[in-house]
Design a protein around this ligand. Sequence first.
Ligand code: AHR
Length: 503
Amino acid sequence: TTARVVVDRDFTVGPVPHRLFGSFVEHMGRCVYTGIYEPGHPSADEQGFRTDVLELVRELGPTVVRYPGGNFVSGYRWTDGIGPVEERPRRLEGAWHTVESNAFGLHEFVAWARTAGVEVMEAINLGTAGVEEARALVEYANHPGGTYWSDLRRRNGAEEPFDIRLWCLGNEMDGPWQIGHKTAEEYGRLAQEAAKAMRLVDPGLELVACGSSNSRMPTFGAWEQTVLSHAYDEVDFISLHAYYQEHEGDVASFLACAYDTDYFIESVVATADAVGAKRKSTKRINLSFDEWNVWYQRGQETEDQLHQLVKQPWREHPRLIEDTYNVTDAVVVGTLLNSLLRHGDRVTVANQAQLVNVIAPIRSEEGGPAWRQTIFHPFAQTARLARGQIMRTAVTSDRHHSDRFGDVDTVDVACTWDEGTGRLALFLANRGLEEASDVEVVLRGLQAGADGLTGRVLTVPEDGDRFTANTEDAQDRVGLSDLPVDVQDGSVRVSLPPLSWAC
Ligand code: AHR
């Protein structure tokens, strides 16, 4: 197959948002405990942080990490996670049917985030808690001192404020599975009042209202409309969540799921802007795609999974949704990143869910090794290389059929250009399973120097198939290899192997 892409120096989407390459740490399964935090692990530092995991996190390159949930946050008392560890309460945690020791809390996460070099994105509980707990948390985290909550933080060992800018007003409040689930009316008013009270403590906050848990939610569209009709003036972002999986061998639709991401984003932009127009507002609400990934839910919706979970005994940090990702999943993740980049004028925060063990690019074993899943590679490369301006791409690709999205482009593309370094970065996926795709990228007003051209590709290894994955025993079966790139008459030419992601 073939594809032709035209990139013009003057046609840009906007700057690459720094926060587009975010991740997510939830108190769920083994993301915190035995993931980022495991005192007693051979690699643990004096704070109990696994340095083997930290090294991989730095290589992955997330810029901002959402915490502490997820469904977890909707029943969480943040005060359980502060103060002397031995005095912290052990609680039954309802969202994931887990015993929570609270050995890890806000101070530990802020310290971990500083060690990892990432920004903290903090979520508040709007399920079982509300305005009072939210404004107390902001005072605790961000006020310098001289008040009850800020002095408590100082007594707990943090003299300087945490200075957390970015906050989520609850999590998936549209979902019936959520503890303290609300109607759009109820949530819209609560988000508005929580935002107002939080800003009265710290006017510099950036606030995210909950949008829809996925684009198939029965309330999708109406939810955003109602929530924003209340909270438009108080919030800066509306959130989106989306997880994809291969259904019953329909690999063509799975590989094309970024079409849903495009649709979802564009629908939320249109809805938010329609609310703004009705209010005659010049303010624009941006999008926080603060949970996205491949997740094999195996036909069960979140609600059913929770019904299964409550039949299990109560355990501390059990193994939950530790999906092992294969080559196909990595190509899909590459296309999801491309969709986010193409919409980077409005999607200015995004978080892959989650960071370690729980549907994650990094896996770790208790007392054992940590390794990169296949999906690690497109994320790490895109986070590293996408700099400067996002370029518009005019794509003419061969197409093929998918049951869910009809005819789709076989080749998927995103592109950035950094004027400062002169570096052009192309992110390409070949969704075709059988044939290589010859791609020509025509550059207008941009130079591709033959010297500096490098290509890297992730594809099916010679001794494997599209289901090949990295495991504890074979940690690097799927990785990146060199891809020849040619420059002819100002055009870049590359041949993408079947089922591949390249940069
Ligand atoms: O990331 C796993 C879960 O998916 C989160 O807790 C929840 O917000 C979503 O349903």
